[in-house]
Design a protein around this ligand. Structure first.
Ligand SMILES: [Zn+2]
Length: 547
């Protein structure tokens, strides 16, 4: 992003680049928007910006399927850029999904699948890759699962927290355990989007260089839903008199399967208000990019880490299933002069393809260890061979003890396969995840996403002839990922980011289990929020809601 004011030489240089770019684009190429694939009229990409909107499902966004005018800025960016219509996250919760965004690896390869893990140093990150390529690297985040503790700050020149209060991982390790339970709620209740943009613009104005990589994480769409009241008034029924408020959306006594339709509508109005609030702050960011004069040297990608379930499969929140209401994410690529306006890509892609796509636009050579692939050919009207889009999720079971449930999904050529399998595990040695799967426990579901986008009709249960071929493709992809994981393991590991916290402590530390409440979990009637949720098995530590 461009500097301004005090960084005059850089601005002059940028203007020169802009002028030259306009000259080249205008005189030699016929210039202007709509020439994607004919060479960038703006010259090389100087600013790469990756925006993660936490918990944002595409069908609630204007221009991407919403019936309400929730996000006019995103609608505008989508109309001026490219939209991926079928991108899925690699995980339905914040930590492993963001690790996929940062590494270009699916969870089975980056191996951050549960709360107490952090990214091994053998995996290179967004910050390291762009930093090594000469970019100034900057990040702003607003939730504990995106804290630098997990590895996200690696290679970042600046990685700033956009919350007023410190997080547990800001404390010295010696104090972490004692402080668990003291700080966890704030990240959910604080309203941070304005601060995210403020910090981003501050970094731009004071430390940006000629070429810059910026990561921005907006947490407000994640519960609690506490957008400023003016935003709620735009979406909520003024006559609503039920119990749902922004503060209690994760209370399973209020939000549950079978809740009254008016309550569910209020819940979604609260969520849409958050999206509108975030969109207005994104507008400030886009206006700053345009005012800098560097829009045509910018590639801006806006995506999410996962969706949000509103009881489509019986749950509220996320980290519950691998169904599309939790897995599908928006992806908008806005790069004036490089991306043809109104481009819509229907191909099935994964969020671990985002990093190699950014690298491609930045002119950074592909790295063999990055599992995803650049989507730029699709944006530019070309094609890529179909490739599975994979996702994963694990639940832990204390009752009955002795296993965790590994969920894996694959979307490939219009079909979706979900496998659940039990893996040996001991609560007494809960940090040991190296147990063997039990083949007898395996369950497979298959859905035709075109005919059955809500994933209600299981083709595996009726021996559909498409199932065996899909299963073979799934096994082949699992073997491929296992090989990629083994290659990393052969290089050795460095888990210096490990805090030594247990699973329960780790979840408490980031606000997903109330301290001292984990043993009560199995007594709760329903699951909400970013906790292990579904009916089988009974998870413990489990669904106490997000606090
Ligand atoms: Zn998230």
């Amino acid at each position: 992003m461009a500097g301004s004011g005090r960084a005059e030489p850089r601005v002059r240089a940028a203007l020169l680049v802009l002028a030259l770019g306009a000259l080249v684009g205008g005189a030699l190429l016929g210039g202007g928007l709509g020439l994607a694939g004919c060479g960038p009229p703006g010259g090389e990409v100087l600013d790469v910006i990756l925006v993660s909107l936490d918990t944002t499902r595409p069908d609630h966004l204007s221009g991407l399927g919403a019936s309400r005018n929730t996000t006019p800025t995103l609608a505008r960016l989508a109309s001026e850029g490219a939209v991926f219509d079928s991108m899925r996250s690699a995980a339905p919760w914040t930590l492993p999904s963001h690790v996929s965004l940062f590494t270009g690896l699916p969870p089975a390869v980056h191996d951050v699948v549960i709360d107490f893990q952090s990214l091994d140093r053998s995996r290179r990150t967004l910050g390291e890759i762009f930093g090594d390529a000469g970019f100034r690297t900057m990040g702003v985040f607003s939730a504990p699962y995106v804290h630098g503790h997990y590895g996200f700050a690696r290679g970042m020149d600046f990685y700033e927290r956009a919350t007023l209060d410190p997080m547990i991982f800001d404390l010295p390790r010696s104090q972490m355990k004692a402080q668990i339970g003291q700080t966890e709620r704030r990240s959910h209740t604080e309203v941070t989007s304005r601060l995210v943009v403020d910090r981003a613009l501050n970094l731009r104005d004071h430390v940006a260089r000629e070429r810059n990589l910026m990561f921005l994480h907006f947490f407000d769409p994640h519960y609690d839903y506490k957008a400023p009241p003016a935003y709620l008034r735009r979406f909520a029924d003024p006559a609503y008199a039920g119990p749902v408020t922004g503060d209690n959306v994760s209370d399973p006594a209020i939000v549950h399967a079978g809740m009254p339709a008016a309550d569910l509508a209020q819940l979604q109005a609260l969520y849409d208000a958050e999206l509108a609030w975030v969109d207005d702050n994104l507008k400030r960011l886009v206006e700053a990019i345009e005012a800098s004069g560097r829009a045509r040297q910018t590639v801006l990608v806006i995506t999410s880490d996962h969706g949000e379930e509103f009881l489509e499969h019986g749950h509220y929140g996320h980290r519950s299933t691998l169904h599309d209401e939790e897995l599908r994410v928006p992806c908008i690529v806005w790069a004036p002069g490089r991306v043809k306006p109104g481009t819509v890509v229907k191909d099935e892609v994964a969020n671990y393809d985002v990093l190699p796509t950014l690298m491609d636009y930045a002119g950074i050579a592909p790295e063999p260890s990055v599992y995803g692939r650049s989507l730029r050919p699709l944006i530019e009207g070309g094609s890529l061979p179909p490739r599975p889009s994979m996702a994963a999720l694990s639940f832990f079971s204390h009752e009955p003890a002795g296993y965790y449930v590994q969920h894996d999904s694959m979307v490939f050529q219009g079909l979706k396969l979900i496998r659940r399998i039990h893996v040996a595990w001991s609560p007494k040695d809960e940090r040991n995840l190296s147990g063997r799967p039990d083949p007898a426990s395996e369950q497979i579901e298959v859905y035709d996403l075109a005919a059955d986008p809500r994933e209600l009709h299981d083709l595996a249960a009726e021996n559909d002839p498409r199932v065996p071929g899909l299963r073979r493709a799934f096994d082949e992809e699992c073997r491929r990922q296992a090989g990629a994981l083994a290659a990393y393991q052969r290089r050795g590991s460095d888990s210096s980011g490990d805090t030594g916290l247990t699973l329960q402590e780790s979840m408490q530390a980031v606000g997903y289990l109330a301290a001292g409440r984990a043993r009560d979990a199995k007594e709760k009637p329903a699951a909400t929020g970013e906790t292990p949720a579904p009916a089988e098995p009974v998870p413990d530590p489990g669904p106490t809601g997000p606090r």
